[in-house]
Design a protein around this ligand. Structure first.
Ligand SMILES: [Cu+2]
Length: 818
């Protein structure tokens, strides 16, 4: 934008001069599949959250009322360390005549026997079972014979187990399940069968697992089956065949090690049969059989409704904090128009590039783009940039619900204005009365971010300091401006959708005198918890609930840049605020005081997804390490160029030849600078460790917000240390945090896993614009042979771009392009 052609020429020279120094380790591995056993699902919380608020009949046919994440302060009369879940704790309670409450501590796997019901209080670490007053009748409830008959194809030597959510079916532990026998076994029609005696009224979920001759456990495909016992009967025809991934191999062209192959069999509670309707007092409901228990990776509504938007991006003069500058604004607005949709809607956004001298693309951040890679909006990966004067339409289905944002992925362009919020209405894990909508927070620069980015990548020194920050597009400064004001209604619960849309700054946010109840991290609903401060990395979102329960007045909302902790600097730090005003107080200037806390650049801990998921964790799981470091190269003309490398290569895409062009034409000769990592097989888990290492020639180590397209990832662990394979056993595989942006600690590692279930070229990159521009990115090329989701205007858009770019455009690509 404002960078000169001279700078561009320097930049191109820099790329040429630097290339010998860019170390590229292209190692191509193929390894035979190594099937491994899967972990039992979430053993410590097998009943939670599925049974929260419901009754559960234990192995002694005693009925308990289950409450997840509550403590009970009744008198402890005994304890047992031999239990691994609440169900077994209940069984221990049965054996003690004075016990009426089974209290299971999920962190230390300890069962406490409690004499009576105390007053419950909120606590994340306890699951509670309260013995029902109708114990005697429950204990004597009639057992009936339930026969499970299934036609399951097996090979000689394999066996089949029935495993489920109740103790009679092993509490999800395959080793404790019920063995089935092949009563009528013939090769073409193998009928596996078992009869289990179960109390009438018992509700449970179950799956079949096939045990191979070497003991390998293969779970049935999702979702779980559900069943309630009413009378003696035969249950059949529910088997869901695991997708054939048995010959899976994992191919990596970039990484120095290779993953084993783990068949994907995530266990979650999908296929809800909910019929209730979403309302202020019933936010867990949605409708049409979908609710908060529906994991949106597995199922989503089809509304048949399409919401449409029509945008034009132009060079516009704006003064969001009183200082006037050129903004690349959508429909003249900053932030751009919010996309509002209902869960299951189709969204159609027509974009006209009215910019004077820049291409553009629109990326829907965090949107899974399921089998829709061609709409992911990454130039040089999924499309050519949209040339000035051109129009295109992006389409996607809202398979997820919650809060996110869209932004240009054309170099650092979003920092100059091309972004806006996304709100997808859906169910949530806590009730609220009023949705106050999105509250985007960003750093703000008086010179164009494009010019800052160009200078930063040729400067031996600190990155540029932000001039200010904006909250929902507003802030004060010495030039004027105003604080954004949000209304509070006394006594009501307000949903606030926090989004960090920054280029460089990471924030801790807080509401003076009010706690935040956190109910979602990125698009993933979490078990609600309360906090006064919340760290929000670039690209991350948090849905929080604020209860207006303080004296009516005006209160500050604060967004502090974590400068002393090392993740951003801002000239206005300490005064980055907005106002939350009770009715009648909207014009007051708050005098409220801030909470005290210690600055940090690390993610929230204790984010427990509402959906009970596990990640396979057997010994054969192999993590692939992706190191990242800064290279400072000396150019022939005396200038320098900075690169952020992954395994020795900084990404540098060719806008005119996107990865999908290679895929489309069957060309597998991806340039090394595309940082392509091939994941050829669907339905397997892949495990990654991103490790910060010292740079060359300087030791530059900083935190990086790592963002993955096309998937949520599971955050298995993060550390300031150096990864060793022994660390794999220390990670959390049991319902780990799931989201699409996570912080890589400075000089440390971030361990991630995701399941290949969405063919496409998916970027994973640092969301600090300077770092992305300097190359800190890879692209996972997942199942290229099955990609078919090219945009219908893929070729014409590239042709228009070529015509524009080859005809003396004002600015040339001078960074990674993404
Ligand atoms: Cu970074």
């Amino acid at each position: 934008m404002q960078l000169s052609l001279i700078l561009n020429i320097i930049a191109f020279a820099a790329f040429g001069a630097a290339s010998p120094a860019v170390r590229h380790r292209a190692i191509h591995h193929e390894r035979q599949a190594t099937p491994v056993a899967l972990a039992p699902r979430a053993t410590s919380t097998a009943l939670c959250p599925s049974y929260n608020g419901k009754s559960y009949v234990d192995s002694n046919s005693v009925s308990y009322a289950v409450q997840c994440h509550y403590a009970n302060n009744g008198a402890v009369i005994g304890s047992s360390s031999s239990t691994v879940n609440l169900g077994q704790c209940m069984t221990a309670c049965d054996a003690n005549s004075g016990c009426s409450v089974a209290l299971f501590h999920t962190v230390v796997n300890m069962c406490y026997l409690v004499s009576s019901g105390g007053s419950n209080s909120y606590n994340d670490t306890y699951n509670v079972g309260v013995k029902s007053t109708t114990t005697s009748s429950a204990a004597t409830s009639t057992n009936v014979a339930v026969t499970f008959d299934e036609l399951i194809t097996t090979t000689y030597g394999q066996s089949v187990m029935l495993v489920g959510s109740i103790s009679q079916l092993g509490d999800w532990a395959p080793a404790s399940g019920v063995a089935m026998s092949a009563n009528q076994y013939i090769t073409s029609n193998p009928l596996w069968s078992v009869t289990v005696s179960l109390p009438v009224g018992t509700s449970f979920q179950y799956k079949y697992v096939v045990i191979a001759t070497d003991g390998t456990v293969n779970w049935e495909q999702d979702p779980n089956h559900s069943y309630t016992v009413s009378s003696a009967t035969t249950v059949s025809n529910t088997w869901q065949q695991v997708s054939t991934a048995s010959s899976a191999t994992t191919t990596l062209s970039l990484a120095s090690t290779v993953t084993g192959t783990v068949t994907a069999t995530k266990t979650t509670s999908a296929a809800s049969t909910a019929t209730c309707t979403n309302a202020p007092s019933a936010r867990s409901c949605w409708g049409g059989g979908y609710d908060i228990n529906t994991d949106f990776d597995d199922a989503w509504p089809t509304t048949g409704k399409t919401v449409t938007y029509d945008w034009t991006i132009t060079n516009t003069s704006m003064s969001p904090d009183g200082y006037g500058r050129e903004v690349l604004a959508i429909n003249g607005q900053y932030p751009g128009p919010t996309i509002y949709a209902d869960w299951g809607d189709d969204v159609s956004v027509t974009v006209t590039n009215g910019l004077a001298n820049n291409g553009t693309t629109i990326h829907m951040h965090g949107i899974r783009q399921y089998h829709n890679n061609g709409q992911d909006g990454v130039p040089g990966v999924t499309e050519c940039p949209l040339a000035p004067g051109q129009t295109k339409t992006y389409t996607f289905k809202a398979t997820q619900h919650g809060t996110s944002w869209y932004h240009s992925h054309f170099s650092a362009q979003y920092g100059d204005g091309v972004l806006g919020p996304i709100v997808i209405n859906g169910p949530s894990t806590a009730n609220y009365d009023i949705d106050l909508g999105p509250l985007p927070i960003t750093d703000w620069y008086y010179a164009s971010v494009a010019s800052h980015a160009a200078l930063a990548s040729h400067t031996n020194g600190l990155p540029p300091e932000a001039d200010n920050a904006l909250i929902n597009g507003s802030m004060t400064s010495v030039y004027g401006g105003s604080y954004y004001v949000s209304p509070l209604t006394q006594g009501s619960r307000h949903l606030v959708r926090l989004i960090n849309t920054a280029v460089d700054n990471h924030f801790v946010v807080s509401f003076d005198s009010h706690e935040m109840e956190v109910i979602a991290s990125d698009f993933v609903p979490v078990v609600p918890y309360n906090t006064t401060t919340l760290f929000i990395g670039i690209g991350q979102r948090y849905d929080v609930i604020i209860t207006a329960n303080q004296s009516p007045g005006a209160y500050w909302f604060r967004a502090d840049v974590q400068d002393t902790a090392g993740c951003g600097t801002n000239f206005n730090n300490g005064n980055i605020k907005s106002v939350f005003a009770y009715s009648g107080h909207a014009t007051e200037t708050p005098i409220s005081t801030a909470y005290t806390y210690t600055q940090r650049c690390t993610d929230e801990t204790g984010l427990v997804p509402h959906w009970d998921s596990y990640v396979p964790s057997e010994a054969a799981v192999v993590f692939t390490e992706l190191t990242t470091d800064q290279l400072q190269a000396n150019n022939a003309d005396g200038s320098i160029s900075l690169y952020w490398q992954v395994n020795g290569t900084a990404m540098d895409v060719d806008w005119a030849v996107p990865t999908l062009e290679y895929v489309k034409t069957g060309n597998t000769s991806y340039p090394a600078s595309a940082n392509v990592i091939e994941l050829p097989t669907e339905g397997v888990w892949s495990y990654w460790v991103i490790q910060g290492i010292p740079g060359n020639p300087y030791d530059v180590e900083v935190p990086h917000p790592i963002h993955l397209h096309g998937h949520d990832f599971y955050v298995l662990g993060a550390s300031t240390g150096t990864w060793s394979s022994a660390d794999a056993s220390t990670l959390n595989y049991d319902n780990p945090t799931r989201r699409d942006v996570a912080m890589l600690p400075s000089g440390g590692y971030l361990a991630l896993a995701f399941e290949t279930n969405n063919p496409g070229a998916w970027l994973m990159h640092c969301h600090i614009a300077w770092h992305a521009g300097d190359g800190l990115a890879v692209q996972f090329l997942e199942s290229p042979s099955t990609i078919s989701s090219y945009a219908s205007d893929f070729d014409s858009q590239c042709s228009a771009w070529d015509s524009y770019y080859n005809n003396k455009p004002q600015y040339l690509q001078d960074d990674s392009g993404i």
